[in-house]
Design a protein around this ligand. Structure first.
Ligand code: ZN
Length: 91
């Protein structure tokens, strides 16, 4: 079996519900990602992503997983697709 790519790993983290957001706004986000060996703090601040893992870059699997969820949710909010019918853009 070929080695799992970073992108595949990120998708696996999401499908296994291993990404937990404590904060999720368009300007600022903070998540805990339950990785294969440890939990990592991943966040978004002032337009940049960061991660507490050793190879923290914008392309580590933890950031990728958090960013996929972030983009999906923020995108939905910006389109007004909130479940309670609140379309004024507030969180
Ligand atoms: Zn990481």
């Amino acid at each position: 079996m070929p080695r799992e790519t970073v992108a595949e790993k990120a998708v696996r983290f999401i499908s296994q519900e291993r990404v937990r957001f404590q904060v999720l706004t368009p300007e600022y986000a903070l998540a805990t990602v339950h990785g294969d060996t440890n939990d990592y703090e991943t966040g978004y601040k002032r337009g940049r992503w960061y991660c507490s893992c050793m190879n923290a870059t914008e392309s580590c699997s933890h950031i990728r997983a958090a960013r996929m969820i972030f983009r999906a949710i923020i995108g939905a909010i910006q389109k007004g697709e909130t479940t309670d019918g609140n379309t004024d853009g507030s969180l």
